[in-house]
Every structure is written in C-alpha cells, then in structure tokens.
Write a protein that binds this ligand. Structure first.
Ligand code: ACO
Length: 326
C-alpha cells in the first residue's frame, strides 16, 4: 500500500549584504575576536540594512525555495513564518509575505518558538498537511535579531545575526520513505528567566532586548537536544548510523560539537555555519540546509537530523529524508 508523507522538496535562503566582523564589534563593545571565536566559534554575522525588515528576508528566501522547485506562489496552501522578530506586533509577518509573494490561496500565520521556531513550524505544517489542510506549505525561519539586541551588552550582542531560510513542503501519497519521518517537540516554561526579552506589548509596551544567562542555557542544551534526538530516532525506528547529516541549530560551536560527539558523527556529516552566520535563531537551520544543498553536500534521498533549543525553554528535533522519490 502506498504511504503518505510530507516531502521537503526545496530550500532557499537570504542573508543581508552587510557583514559585521568580530573586530568591528570590538570597536564599540568590550570584547575581542579571540574571545568570541574561542567561546562560540563565531567570526562574523550578517546584519540588516536600515529599513530592511524580517518580511524582506523571508520573502526572498521563499522566492528562492519556490524557484528551486518550479512551483508558483499561487500553488501554496499554507505559509508559516517562525520568527521572534516580526515586522509588527500584528498583522503577522506571514500575511505580509503571503501578499508580497502573491500566494493568494494560502493561509498564513507566525509561530514564535525563538531558536526552536523552525522545528516547531515544521511540525505544525506537517501535522496540517497530514490532516488534509492543503497540499503545499512554505515554512520560513526569518529573523532580524539585531533589532532586539542591547548593543552595550557584550554577553549577548556578539552572539546573534540576521537572515532567513525557507523550505517547501509537499504532501505526497506515494512517498516511498521520503519526507518527514519523525518529529518531537518539548516546552518547559519554568526556565523563562534564563533567556528572554525584557519587553513586549502587554508587559512594558516597548520591544525590549535579549537577556540571557548563557552558561545556564548552555547546561540545558546538549542534555535536552540529545534526549529529543534519541526520541525521534526511536519514533522513526532508526539507528543513529542511518543519519547522513546533522543540520543543527547554530547557536554555538561547542553545543554543535557536543551533539556531534553524542551522535558519534564525523565532521563530514555535520553542517556548521555558525562561523559565518552567528546565531540567526529560527532561521539558522534552513540557512544551514540551504548552504549544504546549494554546494552539493546534501542531496535527494539523504536522511537529515534537525535539532534546536531556544528561549522558553522550547526544544525539538526532526528526521527528514530530503527531496522527492525519483
Ligand atoms: N567578550 C569578552 N568577555 C566576555 C564576553 C564577550 N563578548 N561576554 C562575556 N564575557 C566575560 C564575562 O563577563 C565573564 O567574565 P568574568 O569571568 O570576569 O565574570 C567571562 O567572559 C565568562 O562569562 P560566561 O558567561 O561564564 O562565559 P561562557 O563560557 O559561559 O560563554 C556563552 C558565554 C558564549 C554565551 C556561552 O555560555 C554560551 O554559548 N551559552 C549558550 C547560550 C546560547 O548560545 N544562547 C543563544 C540563544 S539560545 C540558543 O540558541 C541555544
């Protein structure tokens, strides 16, 4: 009997033109290239231009994903943008992008799960498509974190960057082992105070800035990510050796390498972009995926493992066999 699944058939991304190096940051905040590289693996980040918004990044990434699959915007049924840096409090950034793309048939909304936003939005889109709520979805991670950073706080401002990545999903009734194989999400709001933004419409009326106790977040990261990775492997009934690529959230090279070690993967099976992009929150996984698909490292039929943790805390993982069956 033919089996149905949600395929991931293309990916697109966009990074703002302006690159800010660690040395440039060291010009106005008390830090150094050596400290940032050694503690985080970050060498540079892309930052939006004056007037450039999250919706602009998201739209370009989405257009590239659509072009990659040869699908027109009016063939899309669902657009979800994972973002914590929307253009406005409302309407959602997704509705703006829906209009700009001309995706006239699509419903559109944002999902807010900070750095875990992409895995959250992917799970929501997969659930909706499996329930028959349309055939094709764009899942976009898009962020302008530079807008919510306190540029005087060296413990946070050096860590983040801006960008967007988008994947195109398509429900298929003869998936032959392709598509989303398993997905697991978690949340624990008890840890709110170790990573949050000190503002918002109903608390202060102001947008606020990122606040973080980095070493506490770090302690949760590898433990929670490896446990949820075990859960998805079990749900898909797959050994870790079946994974072709780990495409992790790019927060910190030490977290990525911690997961790599737990999974027993060589460097040649882990996509690392934190060096060039820094932490782009919900955008980091699709940005990393776009880079590795673009340069030919990832190809159709390979099994990808995604994982991410972010403020909340929220965390999750997914296993996807990329592309479509020949
Ligand atoms: N430059 C120079 N010195 C700095 C900087 C900086 N940019 N930032 C902090 N320091 C100093 C601190 O003031 C402290 O000095 P002190 O010892 O004199 O008090 C010292 O460096 C050590 O500070 P720690 O916070 O203990 O440094 P740590 O080794 O934990 O590294 C870091 C900090 C990089 C934030 C790390 O904890 C981390 O990566 N945590 C994970 C959190 C994360 O990545 N969050 C992103 C969002 S959530 C997510 O995506 C997972």
């Amino acid at each position: 009997m033919a089996e149905s699944a949600t395929l991931m058939i293309s990916v697109g991304s966009y990074l703002p033109e302006r690159i800010v190096t660690n040395d440039e940051l060291a010009g106005f905040v008390d830090t150094s290239d050596a400290w940032i590289r050694q503690r985080t693996g970050i060498a540079q980040r892309h930052i939006v231009a004056e007037g450039e918004m999250t919706s602009d990044l998201a739209r370009i990434a989405a257009e590239r994903a659509l072009d990659g699959a040869g699908i027109a915007a009016d063939e899309i049924d669902l657009i979800i943008i994972a973002t914590s840096t929307p253009d406005d409090t409302f309407p959602s950034t997704a509705t703006k992008v829906q209009h700009q793309l001309g995706a006239t048939k699509a419903i559109a909304f944002d999902v807010q799960a900070v750095c875990a936003g992409f895995v959250y939005a992917l799970d929501v889109a997969d659930a909706m498509l499996s329930a028959g709520r349309g055939r094709r979805a764009l899942v976009i991670g898009a962020e302008s974190f530079s807008k919510i950073l306190d540029w005087n706080d060296r413990s946070t401002c050096v860590l983040f960057g801006d960008g967007a990545g988008a994947v195109l999903l398509e429900r298929n009734d003869d998936a032959r082992g392709y598509g989303v194989l398993a997905s697991k999400l978690h949340a624990d709001g008890a840890h709110r105070d170790i990573l949050y933004v000190d503002g918002g419409p109903s608390s202060s009326g102001a947008v606020g800035h990122v606040r973080m106790e980095g070493n506490k977040v770090f302690r949760h990261a590898v433990e929670k990510l490896s446990s949820v990775m075990d859960e998805v492997l079990q749900a898909a009934d797959m050994p870790v050796t079946a994974v072709d690529w780990l495409v992790p959230h790019q927060a910190n090279i030490r977290i990525i390498e911690g997961m790599q070690k737990k999974m027993g993967l060589p460097d040649s099976q882990v996509v690392k972009t934190v060096h060039d992009h820094a932490n782009t929150s919900a955008a980091s996984i699709p940005l990393a995926l776009a880079e590795a698909v673009g340069d030919g490292r990832i190809s159709d039929g390979q099994i990808l493992a995604f994982e991410a943790i972010g403020g909340g805390l929220v965390w999750g993982a997914a296993l996807v066999r990329y592309g479509r069956p020949a």
